[in-house]
Design a protein around this ligand. Structure first.
Ligand SMILES: *[C@@H]1O[C@H](CO)[C@@H](O)[C@H](O)[C@H]1NC(C)=O
Ligand SMILES: *[C@@H]1O[C@H](CO)[C@@H](O)[C@H](O)[C@H]1NC(C)=O
Ligand SMILES: *[C@@H]1O[C@H](CO)[C@@H](O)[C@H](O)[C@H]1NC(C)=O
Ligand SMILES: *[C@@H]1O[C@H](CO)[C@@H](O)[C@H](O)[C@H]1NC(C)=O
Ligand SMILES: *[C@@H]1O[C@H](CO)[C@@H](O)[C@H](O)[C@H]1NC(C)=O
Ligand SMILES: *[C@@H]1O[C@H](CO)[C@@H](O)[C@H](O)[C@H]1NC(C)=O
Ligand SMILES: *[C@@H]1O[C@H](CO)[C@@H](O)[C@H](O)[C@H]1NC(C)=O
Ligand SMILES: *[C@@H]1O[C@H](CO)[C@@H](O)[C@H](O)[C@H]1NC(C)=O
Ligand SMILES: *[C@@H]1O[C@H](CO)[C@@H](O)[C@H](O)[C@H]1NC(C)=O
Ligand SMILES: *[C@@H]1O[C@H](CO)[C@@H](O)[C@H](O)[C@H]1NC(C)=O
Ligand SMILES: *[C@@H]1O[C@H](CO)[C@@H](O)[C@H](O)[C@H]1NC(C)=O
Ligand SMILES: *[C@@H]1O[C@H](CO)[C@@H](O)[C@H](O)[C@H]1NC(C)=O
Length: 716
């Protein structure tokens, strides 16, 4: 019976032209956020394209004329690895050239004008610095900062090409945090360095060859300072004051072990390194007593007197709400004031409007990062308003001279969209990738919608739905039941090259993606509710979604469904495999998911498991056992595709191998795919192509009658 149905359905799908495909999605240009010049006329972005014949990626720079929306090729090429606008005119830049003819492994700094590109070499740097920020000083010189790895013993910049390689490969540890994401932690730490280009004869700039590690001297009793914080930190972790005198950076709490605490502080330090950095929100500071967690997004006001930043309360809770603060800075003294303290939202980026009195902050609501406006001295009850709306996810934005913003955003139907908007003016779209890139042709906002349904605990749950091309609501489609990772991260109408749900839909499915209990951006209480509850309310939310769709959505064939998920979503696949919901699916796909909760301590970020299970394995073992998928192994019976990568140190590969061994031993149809050179995510495009081809084949085999292919290996 089931087979008949599959055949009928497959023929119904024949004739649907698949224009949007895996190679197109992976190879299409990937555009950076836009960099806007000081007069707000020009926006530059890089674009990286992949060639499937040569298997090479190439990057080009483009310029967007903000008034007209015209896009043209920039006057420079990929020899510019990154740049900042600084210097005598509105088109002067300082950039990093990723090569150095004198010092192998070093980089160089050049100045140029973006329009008539005639570069001048101004500095030779001894290590591979990146994350450049710079400002012009009163005398016409330039103060810059950038980060590099630094030696553990003396803090000088670490250049791997010149470093002495030890003969033995062993690495000895006396403390936790042996590895992180996909690296083993070594002796070197990331550090922010400062340097100065002094004004010289004839308008030239001279460099004395010296950079200073601004983290040196911090009293680190337990954890050595590090900024940006590896592995996920970037240049958003530090900022230079517009007058060039002071640098702010964040670093993890030096008095706490870094494997089980998320706490970090914002430090200020003179740009010339003449004094030791001071934590403005650490113990004994003027910051509120309750603020003990991770800090983020330090941003100087235009007049260099104030520093805005965000901080969490929870000392080991990475998904706690970030609250906003403004610190008045005088020398290295700071007076910290909370801003809109009761606002139930978690800002991730901050900018000062040009008047220096208003903040624009990026914060997520209902799975879309939006931009909100609020006074920099907003009182506790102040309710900020967002002015960018839910239609796309804001990746970055730049404030223009008239206090409107240029937004760099994305959505499931466009890998990049640039638009201008302000709290009082309408959105003006300047560029959208789906209108330009042939690979994305035909994608439109109509391909995605969402609905709300009552979840397991009575909360309303938002669920996104993705449709294939030529969707016809009078037909029935097989169903991809997606469960996002995190669990404390939303998966809304966003572009992704890893879980591109619109691409999944194009395989002939309706894809649903519920923002179940624990998902951020629906209130902090909703996020908090997943603690010690991993297989509880979220599972009930999924059961309710299944029932809701069965009763209410006629174009979804609930008898022909597969469930898929990565990370926490992979855990949930393993959990439902042992529970009643698992019997409702033809097949499952779990990528880098957890099988053995009791074995949680094989991971690296201990703060995460200890917060999420509300205790340690030795004090609260029952919490770990309660939501342990392994305990239900006797019930595993739905065909399952297991993917697990060797460099995933968050969820070590034994989780995937264990699962596959059990499925095979039980005689459950199953496959195992691993990439020895990938971590928690599959990033390499060829690997990703193979990942997609094999998974799509698996889900189509079980729902659309496609033959199960052997050995889809990319050979060219
Ligand atoms: C990819 O590279 C090949 C070989 O250099 C070239 O012929 C082809 O035009 C390139 N494809 C694209 C889309 O640029
Ligand atoms: C935009 O580009 C078009 C075609 O290249 C050109 O005709 C037009 O003058 C440009 N507009 C502006 C304002 O630069
Ligand atoms: C980068 O530096 C190399 C020498 O190291 C030089 O050949 C190249 O032209 C430079 N490119 C740019 C854009 O500065
Ligand atoms: C930069 O542009 C702004 C706005 O057009 C203008 O007021 C300012 O004089 C320009 N600055 C320089 C140095 O040209
Ligand atoms: C810092 O230590 C490293 C490793 O011992 C050494 O190679 C380097 O020369 C030292 N740097 C300075 C400035 O002393
Ligand atoms: C460093 O911190 C420890 C513990 O907080 C404190 O006892 C010690 O006095 C500090 N040392 C200096 C030089 O500030
Ligand atoms: C954090 O780890 C340290 C040892 O690295 C330990 O002494 C401390 O009790 C742990 N604290 C928590 C809250 O897990
Ligand atoms: C949107 O997708 C991008 C690219 O995958 C990712 O970096 C970003 O974190 C996502 N943001 C949200 C809010 O989902
Ligand atoms: C969150 O829950 C707590 C108690 O669990 C309650 O006191 C508080 O009012 C809730 N907050 C919101 C914004 O609903
Ligand atoms: C179907 O939708 C209606 C209206 O939204 C809702 O009341 C009902 O609970 C849904 N059915 C199920 C099983 O969720
Ligand atoms: C596991 O399967 C057994 C036997 O079919 C059943 O009694 C039990 O309820 C199942 N457990 C769960 C959690 O579904
Ligand atoms: C977490 O543990 C604390 C203290 O043991 C307890 O009061 C609290 O109710 C627990 N929270 C959850 C969600 O289990």
């Amino acid at each position: 019976m089931a087979v008949m149905k599959v055949i009928a359905l497959t023929s119904a799908l024949i004739g649907v032209a698949v224009a949007y495909d895996i190679e197109g999605m992976l190879g299409a240009p990937r555009r950076s956020a836009a960099i806007v010049n000081p007069s707000g006329e020009l926006a530059f972005f890089s674009s990286t394209k992949y060639n499937w014949t040569t298997h090479k990626a190439s990057t080009t720079w483009h310029v967007l004329d903000i008034a007209s929306g015209n896009v043209s090729k920039a006057a420079f090429d990929s020899g510019v690895s990154e740049f900042v606008f600084v210097g005598p005119t509105n088109t002067s830049i300082l950039y990093i050239n990723g090569t150095n003819e004198e010092i192998p492994g070093g980089v160089t700094l050049y100045t140029a004008d973006v329009l008539d590109f005639k570069p001048k070499l101004v500095a030779s740097l001894d290590a591979p610095y990146s994350g450049l920020k710079a400002t012009q000083t009163e005398d016409g010189g330039i103060n810059f900062i950038a980060w590099s790895l630094a030696y553990g013993n003396n803090g000088s910049a670490y250049n791997p090409e010149l470093a002495t390689i030890p003969l033995s490969s062993g690495q000895l540890y006396d403390n936790n945090f042996v590895r992180h994401w996909n690296i083993y932690i070594a002796q070197e730490r990331q550090a922010v360095f400062s340097g100065r280009l002094s004004p010289a004869y004839g308008g030239a700039l001279s460099f004395d060859g010296k950079t200073k590690n601004l983290l040196l001297g911090i009293n680190a009793t337990v954890t050595r300072p590090e900024s940006p914080v590896a592995v996920m930190g970037d240049s958003g972790d530090y900022d230079i004051s517009p007058n060039g005198k002071t640098v702010a950076f964040l670093s993890k709490a030096p008095e706490l072990p870094k494997a089980n605490y998320t706490a970090s502080y914002i430090y200020v330090v003179p740009h010339d390194g003449s004094e030791i950095a001071v934590a403005i929100n650490g113990p004994g500071s003027t910051a509120p007593e309750a603020a003990k967690g991770a800090s983020a997004a330090p941003k100087w006001s235009p007049d260099s007197t104030k520093l805005a930043y965000a901080q969490q309360d929870g000392i080991f809770y990475e998904s706690d709400r970030f609250k906003l603060y403004v610190a008045a800075i005088d020398g290295l003294e700071a007076e910290v004031t909370p801003v809109a303290e009761y606002w139930d939202s978690s800002p991730s980026s901050i900018s000062w409007n040009r008047d220096g009195e208003t903040l624009y902050v990026g914060s997520e609501l209902h799975a879309a990062v939006r931009v909100w406006s609020l006074p920099a001295d907003a009182d506790a009850d102040y309710k900020p308003k967002d002015f960018t709306g839910p239609e796309s996810v804001v990746a970055d934005f730049a404030v223009l001279p008239d206090n409107s913003i240029l937004v760099s955003a994305a959505a499931s139907w466009t890998s990049r969209i640039y638009y201008t908007i302000s709290p009082s003016t309408e959105k003006k779209v300047l560029f959208s990738a789906n209108e330009v890139d042939p690979e994305l042709k035909g994608l439109s906002p109509k391909d995605v919608s969402n609905f709300w349904y009552p979840g397991g605990d009575g909360d309303m749950i938002q669920c996104f739905v993705y449709y294939p091309s030529n969707f016809d609501a009078s037909k029935k489609y097989p169903w991809v039941f997606n469960v996002h990772g995190g669990p404390q991260s939303a998966q809304g109408d966003n572009w992704s090259t890893r879980w591109n749900l619109r691409l999944w839909a194009e395989q002939g499915f309706i894809v649903t993606s519920p923002q179940f209990t624990g998902t951020p951006s629906y209130s902090q209480n909703f996020t908090d509710k997943i603690q010690a509850n991993w297989g509880g309310t979220p599972y009930e939310d999924l059961v309710k979604l299944f029932e809701y769709v069965e009763e209410n959505i006629s174009y979804i064939d609930t008898t022909n469904a597969v469930a898929v998920g990565a990370s926490y979503g992979g855990f949930m696949m393993n959990w439902i495999q042992g529970h009643a919901l698992g019997r409702k699916f033809k097949a499952l796909v779990s990528h880098d998911g957890k099988l053995n909760q009791v074995g949680s301590y094989g991971t690296e970020e201990l703060w995460f498991i200890q917060q999420d299970q509300n205790g340690t394995i030795w004090n609260n073992r029952a919490n770990y056992e309660r939501w342990d998928p392994l305990k239900y192994a006797a019930n595993f019976s739905t065909p399952q595709f297991v993917i697990h990568n060797d460099l995933d140190y968050r969820l070590p590969i034994a989780e995937g191998i264990m699962l596959f061994n059990i499925l095979q031993s039980l005689g459950v149809p199953s496959r195992f795919l691993h990439f020895p050179d990938e971590g928690h995510w599959v990033v390499n495009r060829i690997n990703s192509l193979m990942w997609h081809q094999n998974i799509f084949n698996w889900v189509k085999h079980y729902t659309q009658g496609e033959a199960l292919l052997q050995d889809i290996v990319i050979t060219q």
